[in-house]
Design a protein around this ligand. Structure first.
Ligand code: FAD
Ligand code: SF4
Length: 437
């Protein structure tokens, strides 16, 4: 993987393909009839088809295939775990190595931008099939909204933050996912006529049911994600300087880095991509020393090898098989992170100015938003197609699946859109003139 020198928080970590490399890579494709790579993509982005277009020098065709099937194709090209999805399924793997599908997808989306192609267009004349409200502007809602808008439904997304994107805008580090990539995908959704209301938290003054009963929406989709940092359940978590990953990353994304960490020592607890994002964010924010502590081995870590390597490249250390025991310090400020070894005999102590807990996220209190049944973990319980136990209320993405990936949130958003269309057709809704903006 070719890296650019990463000097600042917003520098991109990985270079994309230039035209020549993209053509060479596309030429390696075996053009399989059954295209197992396309089967391997949860969102149906159809790499078999878009790689064929690139190979035959039709970048517009490639961009069209990507956007029509996956409106977040630019984001997915950067953050998908391709090695266990489309690339794992690639027939070329048995010969030498898989086609670099993610990079080819990125190339096609970059061509779309460079040549100002407008590949998705709002349907001519509003068909006015019905009005749907979405809670949250993350990948699940964005994918669902695009599908419904294409089918002629009026969609309004209510988002509590100032910008759309969810974790894409307020979580994943810009070194892996620059904001302009997120914005390009969001522009494709807006171009379909989807409306956004920012700074509106559903569940505060108005519930999902009120959106139907008082505001006249025909259905509501909940794509609220997981925004509660999981606690380590050890003493000292309330000390100043102990942060949850979601709060830390959100502040860094909003302010262009986490200035308070400059020249400081940071301990990150966790072994997933979120932990790697926290560690690289701390380092690129100017921290003098960043150390990751993980309770299992590197082989067991859920983080992708690329992210672990990138952390290593930045000089971040990873200590494995140690779990947090306590955070301590004189007064109210954290000074030490104490750990117990997996063998239950060893122990270790690390001096630090900050601790970032990247050990998972859970749902916020969903009962404020909806009376729909919840699962054991406080997520919204759904059946196939994102149906909840309440008529007209649907949910998908992290808040329903307990936390997976962007491409799975897109796939579930698309499925929920199909399910809403079926529901509204059965209900034979009247035109949506009653919907209040
Ligand atoms: C740090 C981090 C790194 C990750 N890295 C990767 C990666 O590399 N690859 C990958 O595929 N996946 C990654 N993931 C997972 C991926 O980001 C999620 O699976 C995906 O974003 C889920 O999409 P979503 O739409 O369900 O929810 P979210 O992206 O969480 O979006 C939910 C939106 O709802 C809004 N909201 C919540 N409550 C309300 C309310 N009451 N009213 C209005 N708005 C509300 C939130 O503000 C947010 O904008 C990562 C996750 C994190 C946290
Ligand atoms: S969206 Fe992700 S999984 Fe699907 S083809 Fe593209 S890179 Fe592969």
């Amino acid at each position: 993987m070719s890296k650019v020198k990463t000097g600042s928080y917003t520098s991109e970590a990985v270079r994309g393909f230039d035209h020549r490399t993209a053509m060479e890579e596309a030429a390696r494709c075996l053009l399989c009839h059954d295209a197992p790579c396309s089967e391997g993509c949860p969102a149906g982005t159809d790499p078999g088809k878009f790689i064929r277009s690139i190979r035959f020098r039709n970048p517009k065709g490639a961009a069209e295939t990507i956007r029509e099937n996956n409106v977040l194709g630019g984001v997915c090209a950067r953050v998908c775990p391709y090695d266990r999805l489309c690339e794992e399924a690639c027939s070329r793997t048995g010969i030498d190595r898989p086609i670099e599908i993610g990079k080819l997808q990125r190339y096609a989306v970059e061509q779309e931008k460079a040549f100002r192609m407008k590949v998705l267009k709002a349907p001519r004349g509003r068909k006015n099939q019905g009005a749907v409200a979405c809670v949250g502007a993350g990948p699940a809602s964005l994918a669902l909204a695009a599908e419904l808008a294409k089918a002629g439904y009026r969609v309004t997304i209510f988002e509590k933050e100032k910008k759309a994107g969810g974790v894409l805008t307020y979580g994943i580090t810009p070194a892996r996912l620059p904001q302009y990539v997120v914005d390009q995908d969001i522009a494709a959704v807006k171009g379909l006529g989807v409306e956004f209301e920012f700074g509106t938290e559903i569940g505060k003054k108005i519930t999902a049911q009120d959106l139907i009963e008082q505001k006249g929406y025909d259905a509501v989709f909940i794509g609220a994600g997981l925004w509660q940092g999981r606690s380590a359940g050890v003493p000292g978590e309330d000390l100043k300087g102990v942060l949850t990953a979601v709060d830390f990353l959100k502040e860094a994304r909003t302010k262009g880095g986490y200035a308070a960490m400059k020249d400081k020592t940071v301990v990150v607890v966790g072994g997933g991509d979120v932990a790697m994002d926290c560690a690289t964010t701390a380092k690129l924010s100017g921290a003098a020393k960043v150390a990751i502590w993980y309770r299992r081995s590197v082989e067991e870590a859920p983080a992708s090898m690329d992210e672990i390597r990138y952390a290593h490249d930045l000089g971040i250390t990873i200590t494995t098989e140690f779990a947090p025991k306590a955070f301590t310090g004189k007064g109210k400020k954290v000074e030490y992170a104490e750990f117990t070894g997996r063998d239950k005999k060893s122990s270790a102590t690390a001096a630090c100015d900050f601790v970032v807990l990247a050990i998972g996220q859970t749902a916020e209190d969903m009962s404020k938003i909806t009376g729909a049944s919840l699962s054991g973990k406080g997520c919204i319980a759904v059946r196939k197609g994102g149906k909840t136990n309440l008529p007209g209320i649907f949910a998908a993405g992290d808040i329903a699946n307990g936390g997976k990936t962007v491409v799975e949130a897109v796939a579930e958003g698309k499925e929920a859109a199909a399910s809403i269309i079926t529901y509204l057709k059965k209900k034979a809704v009247k035109p949506a003139k009653k919907a209040v903006k």
